[in-house]
Design a binder for this molecule. Structure first.
Ligand code: ADP
Ligand code: MG
Length: 390
């Protein structure tokens, strides 16, 4: 079992806190503070409990060497302002400079280390680098669920060096909500799966299809399933190499009595730039047309199943980035918002869609774990979680 940080004695102690502060930067400034804001309650709680918080994160892909473009320095003032406590940035991760900065800090203060990925030892999960990191603290808290599917020094190797260790509140919320979806969903269990491609989420799709009562396929991935059923999809995005596999998934679902919903109507256009689409029955897609959204009848067929039980949604129902093809995705988001089911949404673009629809507050759990969430749902043991247990 992973412990909660509430169970740890942190007063007067140095706490190495692994966060996900991987924020977009523009012109040396934080361009979107969503991830910093998400980390604030964790930082505040530890500071209020008298910990010396040694915060660390990766940012971007600096390839194992210092690169000013990916410095965490711009994050420090934003974190200080949002958390309302002193945050001192130190231009080091390990070694004497980092240790000295931590020695200088008092309980209730935060030291923010430089980008972990400035060192090759981070992504290599190097035990020596992890041992250097571990010197900075006597307690370890990991609240970076989105990085838990990677065995890196700051998520895996370092955790093994601490007896006093725990998951932060963001990590715990993800484990609880996704754990319920994966292991013990209230029935009916409805999975709405969309997005661009099957290939990126095949294991997750298969694992969820094996448990669901209803499987609604939308977005780009539905096209390959339509093709598998012999429906012409014109110039739509398809994965021809996966048609056979799609057929197998459908056959397996049928043998288990899963109700599979494929769009009965779709919005088509000849190009992504088209100022508007045309809604047609799914059997009537022209040779030169692309399916770019699901139609209103398809949405209604899904909505009827969303009232109770558990709903997991991953993957937009259409090219929602373009307004003429956003209606299906936004309608599904709104339907989840109105649902009394235990609703969980995961995936980068799906989460964006939920915010765009203005319903994020009405979803039981909005997972920001990205790839980690999908791997967890597929049944994988996440190295960052396993290291907190062992
Ligand atoms: P998530 O990030 O939520 O897991 P994906 O990354 O799998 O979702 O897919 C998101 C993308 O899928 C969106 O950018 C959207 O434009 C695209 N998409 C959805 N439906 C279609 C479609 N019918 N044709 C082409 N692309 C689509
Ligand atoms: Mg995505």
């Amino acid at each position: 079992m992973v412990r909660s940080m509430d169970e740890l004695e942190v007063s007067g102690k140095r706490v190495l806190l692994r966060l996900d502060l991987n924020v977009p930067l523009a012109g040396g400034q934080v361009a979107d503070a969503t991830r910093i804001r998400a980390a604030v309650p964790t930082v505040r709680t530890l500071a209020a409990r008298g910990a010396i918080v040694v915060a660390c994160s990766h940012l971007g892909r600096p390839k194992g060497q210092p690169d000013p473009k990916y410095s965490l320095a711009p994050v420090a003032p934003v974190l200080a302002e949002l958390a309302g406590c002193p945050v001192r940035f130190v231009d080091a991760v390990v070694g004497e400079k980092a240790q000295e900065a931590v020695r200088q800090a008092r309980p209730g203060e935060v030291v923010l280390l430089e980008n972990l990925r400035f060192f090759p030892g981070e992504e290599a999960n190097d035990p020596a680098f992890a041992a250097e990191l571990a010197k900075l603290a006597e307690v370890y808290v990991n609240d970076a669920f989105g990085a838990a599917h990677r065995a890196h020094a700051s998520t895996a190797a370092v955790a093994r060096l601490f007896a006093a260790k725990a998951a932060g509140p963001l990590m715990l919320a993800e484990l609880q909500a996704l754990g319920k979806v994966r292991d013990n969903p209230d029935r009916p269990f409805v999975v709405v799966a969309g997005g661009a491609k099957i290939s990126g989420k095949l294991e997750t799709l298969q694992a969820l299809a094996a448990k669901a009562d209803v499987l609604a396929l939308v977005g780009g991935i539905a096209n390959t399933f339509l093709l598998a059923k012999g429906v012409s999809v014109g110039k739509s995005l398809v994965e021809p190499g996966l048609v056979e596999l799609a057929r197998e998934i459908l056959a397996k679902a049928a043998s288990r009595g899963v109700e599979v919903l494929l769009p009965v109507d779709v919005v088509v256009a000849e190009s992504l730039e088209a100022p508007q689409g045309v809604t047609v029955p799914v059997e009537a897609v022209g040779e030169n047309q692309m399916i770019l959204d699901v139609g209103p009848a398809a949405v209604e067929a899904i909505r009827r199943h969303l009232g109770a039980g558990t709903v997991f949604w991953n993957g937009p129902a259409g090219v929602f980035e373009r307004p003429p093809f956003a209606a299906g995705t936004l309608a599904i988001a709104k339907a989840l918002g109105e649902s009394r089911a235990f609703t969980v949404v995961g995936g980068g673009e799906s989460v964006e869609a939920v915010h765009l629809a203005g319903v994020a507050e009405r979803i039981a759990h909005v997972s920001t774990g990205g790839g980690a969430s999908l791997e967890f749902l597929a049944g994988a043991v996440l190295p960052g979680v396993a290291a907190l247990e062992g």
